[in-house]
Design a protein around this ligand. Structure first.
Ligand SMILES: [Zn+2]
Length: 376
């Protein structure tokens, strides 16, 4: 049997569930930290696990160029290569090659592109993308698709979506079914409800182990993103996980969970950690700000991560100002911990039927803002 999804409960449109894969089980709603180059930057696998992360995402495009999928396969697959024993999802490389403007050529067959590393020529097609993800031994493989640029006219979005649907069928045919491994389809169609529905129906007809909503978080804004989810999700099967790709900020995740999304990935917590931005119950905090210099309090008193349990804001600020590696590590750790705590909170609220209260408290906290030096 492929990957398996169990729907354990609902609260409104929100769902709590469990996905079983060849490398273990993860609970949904789930947040997947991004490990682009076979590492979640600045985190060891044990540290990552301690945040509550159960599944990580890695990138086909980057790994096919360096160190190559064939080399990773010789090491026994991506899990062994990067020392992560849990489930792994890989994207198809589609998103990255599409963003190589001027360096790629799209045809019915696939995409020919120039490596950003050394200028060498490569090809990605549905068949090659699926083959690479097989070599990586990824638990959840994503279909190769064209990420429609934003904004796009109805005609452009339609042509692009239809190409992605033909590629989805070729991806399905190329995928070798194995116990505990699954293939997810990706709904496209930009912000046009009619195209989203057509895409969802086309994918459901082919049949996938999960369904992703792609082509969002590309500049359309939160309101349009939520509206697109509302017109897409009713057309997706209830008994399969739903994944919103590349999202997002905490408020985006909360809103998407309320609308029935089960899985997320985003570079925001890790990237922000490396630019001294911390996420807390009381909004975003810039640890570079001089107001933290004499503050003996932890970043967030309720957080159990090492940055908050062992160190003061003053020390974290000092590390950032001194450009010490530990500063970036600790803020990355904290942000990932915050995201996993948020997912745990959402799962608990859904299972106990108190999601609307949880969401109200979440927004109230975010609106409060960081309090600064008061209790020093
Ligand atoms: Zn923390």
């Amino acid at each position: 049997m492929s990957t398996r999804f169990e729907l354990l409960g609902t609260d409104g449109q929100a769902r709590i569930g469990r996905v079983s894969t060849a490398h273990g089980v993860f609970s949904t709603p789930a947040f997947m930290p991004v490990g682009t180059a076979a590492t979640v930057k600045a985190m060891t696998p044990d540290a990552l696990k301690s945040t509550g992360a159960e599944i990580v995402l890695s990138n086909t495009y980057h790994l096919m160029l360096r160190p190559t999928a064939e080399r990773i396969a010789r090491f026994g697959g991506l899990h062994r290569f990067m020392g992560w024993e849990g489930p792994i999802l890989t994207d198809s490389g589609g998103f990255q090659v599409m963003s190589l403007a001027g360096l790629r050529k799209i045809s019915e067959r696939g995409v020919v592109f120039k490596s950003h590393l050394d200028g060498s020529m490569h090809e990605l097609s549905p068949e090659r993308s699926i083959e690479i993800q097989h070599l990586l031994d990824t638990d959840i493989t994503m279909c190769f698709d064209e990420c429609t640029p934003f904004p796009a006219s109805f005609e452009t979005a339609k042509t692009s979506m239809e190409l992605s649907m033909r590629w989805a069928l070729r991806s399905r045919e190329a995928f070798k079914p194995r116990d505990g491994y699954g293939l997810f389809g990706i709904v496209q169609g930009s912000i046009y409800p009619e195209l989203r529905q057509e895409s969802a129906n086309a994918l459901t007809k082919i049949g996938f182990e999960g369904y992703a909503v792609g082509g969002l978080a590309v500049g359309e804004g939160q309101e349009t993103m939520f509206a697109t989810l509302e017109t897409t999700i009713p057309y997706l099967p209830k008994d399969r996980p739903r994944y919103l790709m590349g999202v997002g900020k905490p408020a985006d995740i909360v809103g998407a969970v309320m609308r029935g999304i089960d899985m997320f990935d985003c570079v925001i917590p890790t990237r922000s950690g490396r630019t001294a931005q911390a996420f807390t119950r009381f909004g975003q905090v810039n640890m570079r700000n001089a107001r933290h210099a004499d503050d003996p309090r932890p970043l967030d008193e309720a957080c159990q991560c090492p940055a908050c349990r062992q160190f003061s804001r003053g020390y974290l600020h000092h590390l950032i100002k001194s450009e010490e590696i530990l500063g970036l590590m600790l803020l990355t750790w904290h942000n990932l911990n915050y995201y996993q705590d948020l997912m745990k909170g959402l799962r608990g609220a859904i299972s106990e039927g108190r999601l609307s209260q949880f969401v109200m408290d979440f927004h109230a906290g975010q609106a409060t803002g960081d309090i600064g030096v008061t209790s020093a």
